[in-house]
Design a protein around this ligand. Structure first.
Ligand code: CA
Length: 238
């Protein structure tokens, strides 16, 4: 049995009672915990980073406008913000996106559409966060140290100059250390899926990498050939 997904916390900034009622009930049913603020100042007072997973923000609000609320929240946090505007309202979508809204919907909307937009924005955020945290600047395996941001390569402490494709190929092997990389995948990732050149190119690059990485290139300890399949960068010093 899988655990139920955690409920997400929504800050609903909306001054029209009919919308407040419908959304509170509808979003609750969709798995959101709803906190309502009926004017812009209340929203600014209520909002705190990490307190909400997403903000639904009406544009026309008493006291402080939706645009100013959006700006204020964005200065504090990168929480997803979906702006909601009334039909016929002149909406400067470019300005809205500029001040940090992630998406906007126009009233009247269907709850289903709104929830789909909310989930899409949340997914985008999650993906962005995952990419950020998995971004590696340095790959270090055995004698090799590859600095991805500066594109420098060191072998046993000595810097070696690699060409662009050699660097990319070594990066692929090190990222997947201990795993067999098929020739197709390596060619695809280093030269692109539309590569039509000679597949010998890969072997030439491997040969060059071995001459750099290996103590005895003819008897490689790190970059192994997996016959009929591809190549593998070995895990431990062997
Ligand atoms: Ca309003």
């Amino acid at each position: 049995m899988s655990k139920p997904a955690p409920r997400l916390r929504v800050l609903l900034v909306e001054d029209e009672e009919s919308f407040i009622d419908a959304l509170t009930i509808g979003l609750d049913r969709e798995g959101f915990d709803v906190t309502v603020c009926a004017d812009g100042q209340a929203a600014i007072d209520t909002f705190a980073p990490d307190r909400f997973d997403i903000v639904l923000l009406d544009l026309m609000l008493p006291r402080v406008s939706g645009l100013d609320v959006c700006r204020t929240i964005r200065n504090l946090s990168d929480v997803p913000i979906i702006v909601v505007s009334a039909k016929g309202e002149e909406v400067d979508t470019v300005l809205m996106l500029e001040i940090g809204a992630d998406d906007y919907v126009t009233k009247p909307y269907r709850l289903r559409e709104l929830v789909a937009r909310m989930r899409a924005v949340l997914r985008r955020r999650e993906r962005a966060a995952a990419t950020k945290s998995s971004a590696v600047d340095v790959l270090e395996v055995g004698p090799v140290r590859l600095e991805l941001d500066t594109r420098r390569c060191f072998v046993r402490g000595e810097e070696v100059k690699l060409r662009k494709k050699e660097f990319a190929l070594l990066g692929q092997l090190l990222t997947n250390v201990g795993r067999v990389m098929t020739r197709e995948v390596l060619i695809d990732r280093v030269w692109g899926s539309d590569y039509v050149g000679d597949t010998k190119t890969l072997d030439v690059h491997i040969k060059r990498l071995r001459s750099v990485v290996e103590v005895k290139p003819k008897d490689p300890k790190y970059i192994s050939t997996v016959r009929g399949v591809g190549y593998r960068f070995e895990k431990a010093d062997v």
